[in-house]
Design a protein around this ligand. Sequence first.
Ligand code: SF4
Ligand code: MG
Length: 318
Amino acid sequence: TFDVSAPWLNRMIERKPRQLLNAVDGVSFEIERGKTLALVGESGCGKSTVARLMVGLYGPTRGGMQFDNQDAHAAFKTPEGRTLRRRIQMIFQDPYASLNPRWIVEDIIGEPLREHGILSEGPALKQRVGELLQSVGLSPLDMPKYPHQFSGGQRQRISIARALATQPEFLVCDEPTSALDVSVQAQVLNIMKDLQREQGLTYLFISHNLAVVRHVADQVGVMYLGRLVEVADKNMLFDNPQHPYTRMLLDAIPQMKHTGRSRTPVQGEVPNPLNPPTGCTFHPRCPHANARCKAERPPLQMLRGVKVACHAVEEGRI
Ligand code: SF4
Ligand code: MG
């Protein structure tokens, strides 16, 4: 497995006055090699922060993150950190923004190969870029083209080919299909699943879309205000959600049937993360909140076969 853990970390956010945000607070998870853990939650819950920290795009202001038993941010600063960067790659949400419009595809995909000293110029590089293009269903003939000559789905495939150039073990995918048309999403997800199977890749898949999560994940972690509130096998989570927030998210999806519960929209708004509620931070939105919930923060613990942070589950009230 890969162990990822950020017991807590803060980030300074650019506001006036500058404020310290408790970006991640009690996030730690394991991902079995070759499997997919999806992190879900509403925007502002910290899931993209986790993604960016993992590839060193962000550094924490305070606190830190461990990846596979090493301090990721200390490692990123050292020469050996290059190895870690090589092992973890990221696919971004927006293929329009993440590809340099002035570069041809050969240079876009070849760049990580040169940067990591894997291959320099010449026929070997061309050959490898061609193979990478083929692995995502594109052609070596696409090498001299510019990003604008491709559709959105094709551009995301170029991003995937670039991410795979260093032969990573671990891919952080931040909403990789949410900028694409629905008809194209499944294609890209299926390519990602095929690549995972062929290359034994491990995915951390960030998404707010539970239908997508259901399609790709083996395990699901639900985040709320910088904390994991439930971690479960996909089928357990969808068939028998425990945390009231998970239940609320699932109940808001029209196409998923939940026998025995009526469908209700997600209620309330995510509180300001700079000033989180006391106790269980979900209590202002929770139909099961009581005095203990307002005072005491529930730990993430193993209950009913899943990891869940909720007093009501622990007490058997729900
Ligand atoms: Fe709701 Fe209390 Fe559980 Fe928090 S701890 S989710 S407020 S019941
Ligand atoms: Mg995001």
